[in-house]
Design a protein around this ligand. Structure first.
Ligand SMILES: [Zn+2]
Length: 278
């Protein structure tokens, strides 16, 4: 039997509780994609294999309590599954604000944060602010992304084998400071999420305004905003999809603009290695 892990839950903040293994890429995704192994998790730049599994598995141990895992996080999965399953499989779909906005956007933030926890040891630290975990917990009954979040979706021609990839970057408003925002891209099957998140507590405590991110213009036809502004989609996937060859360029957002209402911020953006499941 696996050893019991006791510690603090990153979401609800309870201390000395039993922690469980949280599936970052949920089990329902494995059945939707019908992908049979073995699946390798690889660092793109070096080709180093981090793990090999029979099916796509990515989990976090020792950070999420059993209650959070089995209750509200599980409910969020149940709610998002019917909304994004077609897009994950690259099937034709249409999205309206009612079905494709709040739940998929909140789920994307949760997944980006957990991917960061799961992979930081293997690929280096990105940024996952404590305020975001607590926000998701505090809004578990009425899910919504943390203040200052922006979320986009895009389509990927996964070429049959690229079941998931991810990239994380930090954004900082001053090169002398630690990061106070993050940029995360990840794909699940044919659906790509991009999450820009800001440590809203840091900004509030520092008396600063939150930033607004404008993606690099070359991705204008690929990205659809789902949060906070929603662009309805009549036919998905659209004409412009990413291919595997586009991913390295897509992850480079050094020419994105980050602005506050009063001034243009010129922050640093750095990225950690792309990892891919295939
Ligand atoms: Zn918890």
């Amino acid at each position: 039997m696996a050893k019991r892990l006791i510690g603090d839950c990153i979401f609800c903040g309870l201390t000395g509780v039993e922690l469980s293994k949280e599936d970052v890429i949920p089990r329902w995704v494995r059945s939707v994609l019908k992908f049979t192994g073995p699946v390798k998790l690889t660092k793109s730049r070096t080709g180093e294999v981090i793990q090999t599994d029979e099916t796509i598995v990515l989990s976090v141990r020792g950070a999420v309590c059993r209650t959070c895992n089995n209750e509200w996080l599980s409910r969020l999965e149940t709610r998002v599954k019917p909304l994004i399953s077609d897009a994950i499989q690259g099937r034709r779909a249409a999205f309206s604000a009612g079905d494709m906005q709040t739940i998929p956007a909140t789920w994307a933030v949760k997944t980006a944060l957990l991917i960061e926890l799961a992979l930081r040891g293997a690929r280096g630290d990105g940024f996952a602010p404590t305020s975001h975990f607590r926000w998701l917990y505090d809004h578990r009954e009425d899910p919504c992304p943390p203040p200052g979040s922006q979320i986009w979706i895009s389509g990927l021609d996964m070429g049959g084998s690229l079941v998931s990839w991810s990239y994380a970057g930090g954004v900082f408003t001053d090169e002398l400071e630690p990061p106070n925002a993050y940029l995360a891209h990840f794909s699940i099957g044919c659906l790509v999420f991009t999450v820009f998140g800001q440590d809203f507590e840091f900004f509030a405590n520092a008396g600063r305004q939150l930033m607004r991110c404008t993606p690099p213009p070359r991705f204008r036809h690929h990205l659809r905003s789902i949060w906070p502004n929603f662009k309805p989609v009549r036919a998905w996937p659209g004409a412009r999809q990413f291919t595997r060859a586009d991913l390295t360029d897509f992850c480079d957002w050094r020419d994105a603009r980050f602005e506050t209402p009063s001034r243009i911020t010129v922050p640093g953006v750095w990225g950690v290695t792309i990892v891919r499941f295939e």
